[in-house]
Design a protein around this ligand. Structure first.
Ligand SMILES: *[C@@H]1O[C@H](CO)[C@@H](O)[C@H](O)[C@H]1NC(C)=O
Ligand SMILES: *[C@@H]1O[C@H](CO)[C@@H](O)[C@H](O)[C@H]1NC(C)=O
Ligand SMILES: *[C@@H]1O[C@H](CO)[C@@H](O)[C@H](O)[C@H]1NC(C)=O
Length: 414
């Protein structure tokens, strides 16, 4: 474990929340339209030395700051550094934890109590490529920075949904609960990790924190529904080994691409087990390489496949796949680097619609005997696309959702 601690700042503060507001979005025009967001007068006029409760404008501003900093997997450092400063400025104790060279997880809590009952976590990395931040009105008009903010505005850009929408609303939820004294030291910690989209270094490192929690709330886009579970994943590579030669004399060589194609064709016909709760197990042949030129018999060919596991076991599915391919091409070789079965989640909280997701998360990567909740703003169907976006009121509702989940998790004492 390599930690940089900053508990000193906390000792200087009487309250977990500092009287700091992020440079707010432009002054909001309360008279323009009904859905214009206004800051409640009581808060706007608050002179409390403990600071003001963060508002929707703060939420949108934090989300914007996060989206404007590119943080494609492997290059998360600037976004993490921004969040370290932001959370310290808000009075949290913030530690960074080495995950990979130049890449740290961020872990924040209140006061000196590292061991909390609840952990709320999401990831800062995004898939490539970077798409810049844009705010648009309901009718799609691009809005200037100083245009009034409305709940029906949409926010576009890489990571707006996956998962900076979750990160921003998690932070606002925790800040608001602290502000209202609903939670205090020892209740909740925030983990923002790296490498969720690819590699998983962040969540593997988090296992070295040496902590355990009663409940962990994972922030990923769920359309504001509570996840009942998500499919597992099985990744493998298959390689065909041929013998090179002049294509005019095919009998002198062995065509690796032909072998691979026959094998993959057999793969497409394999009936993999699904389940009622998780649906069908599906597979994606995602990459094929092989050969050197049209007039050369290819010596090798290679494919990478990802299976979304909805039933059975990873070992059982691996066996089915090997048998089906080897039956048509006995010389194929395999590399199965990982396999995870379907992941069941906790959803014992009233007031949420529930959903089963087809995507993978950090959830199976975090070891421990904790309750697992999965929730977040935004539509997973637009993630990883060039039209990734969500509505401002999705973010607002997510803050309420996370507050509900956190207070629920703290109510229960098993
Ligand atoms: C961080 O920001 C600096 C300054 O904008 C930039 O030069 C650098 O490439 C960024 N680092 C990463 C890892 O993206
Ligand atoms: C095999 O596939 C996995 C993903 O399924 C990938 O991470 C790994 O790098 C691949 N191995 C090779 C040798 O390409
Ligand atoms: C599962 O596969 C069957 C057969 O291909 C199909 O009819 C069904 O719609 C699929 N179910 C889901 C949930 O996609």
């Amino acid at each position: 474990m390599k930690f940089i601690t900053n508990t000193l700042l906390l000792c200087l503060l009487s309250s977990p929340i500092v009287a700091l507001r992020s440079p707010a979005l432009p002054e909001l025009d309360h008279h323009k339209a009904q859905n214009i967001i206004s800051t409640p007068a009581s808060l706007a006029s608050s002179s409390s030395s403990t600071g003001q409760e963060p508002s929707t404008a703060d939420l949108v501003h934090l989300h914007k700051s996060l989206v404007e900093i590119p943080s494609i997997t492997g290059a998360e450092a600037n976004a993490t550094a921004f969040l370290v400063d932001y959370l310290r400025g808000r009075g949290f104790t913030v530690e960074t934890q080495y995950a990979a060279p130049g890449r740290d997880n961020l872990w924040a809590y209140v006061g000196k109590t590292r061991q909390t009952r609840v952990l709320v976590t999401s990831h800062i990395d995004t898939v490539p490529p970077y798409w810049p931040y844009e705010r648009k009105s309901k009718d799609g008009t691009l809005l200037s920075e100083d245009a009034p903010l409305s709940s029906s505005d949409t926010i576009w850009g890489r990571g707006t949904v996956d998962a900076k929408g979750s990160v921003a609303s998690i932070i606002l939820a925790v800040e608001q609960l602290l502000h209202s004294d609903t939670i205090g030291e020892g209740d909740v910690a925030i983990l923002v990790d790296v490498g969720e989209e690819k590699g998983g270094e962040g969540i593997r490192a988090a296992n070295n924190l040496g902590l355990s929690w009663e409940s962990v709330i994972f922030g990923e886009p769920t359309q504001l529904k509570l996840g009942r579970g998500h499919k597992g994943g099985l990744g493998f590579n298959v390689t065909a080994h041929g013998k090179a030669g002049h294509s005019g004399y095919p009998e002198l060589g062995e065509n690796a691409i032909s072998q691979l194609v026959r094998g993959l064709n057999a793969l497409l016909a394999v009936d993999l087990p699904g389940s009622e709760e998780f649906g069908n197990t599906t597979l994606n042949i995602g990459l094929i390489t092989g050969g050197v030129a049209a007039n050369v018999i290819p010596e090798t060919a290679f494919a990478t496949v990802h299976v979304r596991v909805a039933g059975g076991t990873p070992a059982g599915i691996e066996k089915q796949i090997r048998e089906a391919l080897l039956a048509v091409e006995p010389s194929l070789t395999f590399d199965f680097p990982y396999g995870i079965g379907p992941v069941s989640l906790d959803y014992d909280v009233d007031g949420f619609d529930t959903i089963v997701l087809n995507y993978g998360t950090d959830i199976p990567g975090l070891k421990g005997d904790h309750k697992k909740y999965l929730y977040g703003p935004g539509d997973f169907l637009v993630t990883h696309s060039d039209h990734e976006h969500l509505r401002v009121d999705d973010l607002e509702e997510a803050v309420e959702g996370y507050k509900k989940l956190i207070t629920h998790a703290l109510e229960k004492k098993d």
